[in-house]
Design a protein around this ligand. Sequence first.
Ligand SMILES: Nc1ncnc2c1ncn2[C@@H]1O[C@H](COP(=O)(O)OP(=O)(O)OP(=O)(O)O)[C@@H](O)[C@H]1O
Ligand SMILES: [Mg+2]
Length: 329
Amino acid sequence: MVGEERRIVSPVVRHPELQLTRFHDLVTVAPEMRELFTLIRRAGRSDSTVLIRGESGTGKELVANALHLESTRASKPLQAVNCATFTSELLASELFGHVRGAFTGAIRDRKGLLTLADKGTLFLDEVAELPIDLQARLLRVLQLRRFTPVGDIHEQEVDVRLISATNAGLRELVAEGRFREDLMYRLRVVVLYLPRLAERTGDVEALTWHFIDQFNQQGNRFIDSIDRDAWAAMRSYPWPGNVRELRNNLEQAFVLGEGPTLKLGELAPELRGEGPERVAAGPTTLVDLERDQLMEAYRETGGHRGEMAERLGISRPTLYRRLKKHGLL
Ligand SMILES: Nc1ncnc2c1ncn2[C@@H]1O[C@H](COP(=O)(O)OP(=O)(O)OP(=O)(O)O)[C@@H](O)[C@H]1O
Ligand SMILES: [Mg+2]
């Protein structure tokens, strides 16, 4: 009787016991990530300039935050800026501030993030997108701890610790003449690598339940199990958008699905193997797959870049690079 019952395979998987390690806002069960936490602790203690490398959605912003909180500057401000979201002029004003009359619309002096981050930390996200004309000015900050606000004639001194993040290799950009080599060396004094989600032992499972626990608390839906098909798909999926893509999938399931079991149909089409033209095209390479996903996102959003990036679980600069790579831009 007991033997009979044991042979029955449950059609769902349930919440396992997990020994989660939490480090600031980062959650993991993977030894690869625990090692990184040790490095963050050590790097945090120093005042060295740190470059965080990792694919889109791997948690670079969370690592930058953890580095700041581990440092002696923790009680001072952390200012963050995404180098990809501004034009060169706006970014200059954002970083260095400006004086009244520096340009049309500059009706009063404005402090830049460098000044606001004094004694604290400045986080430059997507640093590969830093316009070449600002690279020389940033170099000066790193070398001499000085900068000049836009439109000013006086230099100011500043004491900031710089952390930057990139998902693109800076060396390739240097080779293309789009990034200064001297700045690259100044930025990558200490380099921290964030592994891809698929390379973290046990984390797809751990983070799946971590996010389910989080969304359960919002009260719209309570998930206590995962359908075996859905779980098989989630385990074998390569997660190109990493943790963000996993979180987005679960959020979608909480919004659109219902009942206590997470089902395959509630996940994004990529996970269901329903990528466009895949069957007709026969065996597909990863490059084809990426292109197909781009095309599908393009069709579904009418080409809206922000929505495309959101849908694919990647950042805008990554989207631009991929569009370019596939000749779609
Ligand atoms: N280890 C983790 N534990 C919990 N949440 C995580 C973890 N890593 C990432 N996240 C979550 O995943 C999302 C993406 O993280 P984050 O914005 O830090 O990634 P990123 O590497 O900066 O991405 P991008 O390159 O697209 O800017 C966020 O919602 C973040 O809170
Ligand atoms: Mg980021």
